[in-house]
Ligand binder design. Structure first.
Ligand code: PLP
Length: 408
């Protein structure tokens, strides 16, 4: 059990009135709020330690470098990577997945396939569309069964033509969690490289990249109580050694001659230019914060909230919930529609009650096309949300329904 009241005190942003109502923040899948510890780390870094990393010999530069590299070690431990060589700092999941797809361009040829699913976020679709377009490879989709990944469809499509499998561990719309360990074993059996979009799973569950045996794993700091503009790409050393740098310039070089250059060793060969030092250090503090609470406890808390709110949502006549009804397969994301009310109107009505939810296509247009809905509303929960927040959501939905005369 989380001490949610204590946790809430660490997030002063939550303590505010929105439209005359206490804020209920349920847009955590888009971005989470940041605890004081993270804000203080960033503040302290700029107040005391700020200097460019890796190149200075003065005290501040050495302090900044030590903190930046210590942050990498914190992340390594958090995801149980074998070495800090395998932990690259990026701008976020989107950049991380773009990098892997660019690497794929070096490998893919005509006739090869890339296997993704219809529930992917655009950032795990478009980079693969581009890689396939440039190489002549084919982008193949796995579809859904009962609101979750159709494992039979996946099995049928996972042939030795597939060179990359790239899947979200947790969907940002359906809220379902995919069995990544099992799928990775299946992918490896056909010789495919397994890529995981961990944007929605890393904030909520223990990640062990060695146990999962994934080849690449991407996530964003801002969805897990960390700062914006920082994320991670984990890659197995054997692939990162093979992979060419994606950006060129300062920091990533060993020697530069007039006509050629050589690269630094891993992980720095990928980190061209001045990195986001404050972001990396802030992310490490977020990781410490989450680990102090306990990733298992965080996952259990979200399960508890979902188990509490899901039947209440189901009981609202006219409300359609998307994704699997098997709550054991779900994380803390619920997408829904209320009758034929446009989700933007629904989200605006909920905002009048102080409840912040997202509305739109959630950067998953192929999924919404597949579900044959133009948009949905989405509530997503995190460590500071309570059952009272769930009640407020239900109450606000009921009020919205009454306001529109219960016409659905
Ligand atoms: C499943 C999933 N993948 C990728 C992303 C992209 O993350 P970012 O915008 O931090 O790069 C998101 C963000 O919403 C997401 O939910």
């Amino acid at each position: 059990m989380l001490d949610v009241e204590a946790i809430r005190k660490d997030f002063p942003i939550l303590d505010q009135i929105v439209n005359d109502e206490p804020l209920v923040y349920l847009d955590n899948a888009a971005t989470t709020q940041k605890p004081l510890a993270v804000l203080e780390t960033i503040n302290r870094y700029y107040k005391q330690d700020n200097a460019n990393v890796h190149r200075g010999v003065h005290t501040l530069a050495e302090r900044a470098t030590a903190s930046y590299e210590a942050a990498r070690e914190t992340i390594r431990k958090f995801i149980n990577a074998g070495s800090t060589k395998e932990v690259l700092f990026t701008r976020g999941t989107t950049t991380s997945l773009n990098w892997v797809a660019r690497f794929a361009e070096e490998i893919l040829t005509e006739g090869d396939q890339v296997l993704i699913s219809v529930m992917e976020h655009h950032s795990n679709i478009i980079p693969w569309q581009e890689a396939c377009r440039k190489t002549g490879a084919e982008l193949v989709y796995v579809y859904l069964k009962d609101g979750a990944l159709d494992m039979d469809d996946l099995r049928a499509k996972l042939t030795d033509r597939v060179k990359f499998v790239s899947l979200a561990q947790a969907s940002n719309v359906l809220g379902v969690v995919n069995p990544i360990k099992e799928i990775t074993q299946m992918a490896h059996q056909v010789g495919a490289i397994m890529v995981v979009d961990g944007a929605q799973s890393t904030p909520n569950m223990k990640i062990d990249v060695q146990d999962l045996d994934v080849d690449f794993f991407a996530f964003s700091g801002h969805k897990m109580a960390g700062p914006t503009g920082i994320g991670v790409l984990y890659g197995k050393e054997k692939y990162l050694e093979q992979m060419s740098p994606l950006e060129f310039g300062g920091e990533m070089i060993d020697f530069v001659y007039e006509q050629s250059a050589s690269w630094k060793e891993l992980p720095w060969k990928f980190e061209a230019g001045t990195p986001n030092m404050a972001g990396a250090i802030g992310l490490a503090t977020a990781v410490d914060y989450l680990e102090n609470i306990g990733m298992d406890a965080i996952e259990a808390h979200e399960q508890e909230l979902i188990a509490y709110v899901y039947p209440k949502l189901q009981a609202i006549e006219g409300l359609t919930i998307y994704g699997s009804q098997d709550l054991a397969q779900r994380s803390g994301v619920i997408a829904f529609n209320l009758g034929d009310l446009h989700p933007h109107d629904l989200a605006t009505a909920l905002d009048y009650e102080g409840v912040a939810v997202r509305a739109g296509h959630h950067c998953a247009q192929p999924l919404l096309q597949y579900l044959e809905v133009p948009a949905t509303a989405r509530a997503s929960f995190y460590i500071y949300n309570t059952k009272a927040d769930c009640d407020k959501l239900i109450d606000a939905l009921q009020k919205t329904k009454e306001f529109f005369n219960g016409t659905f």
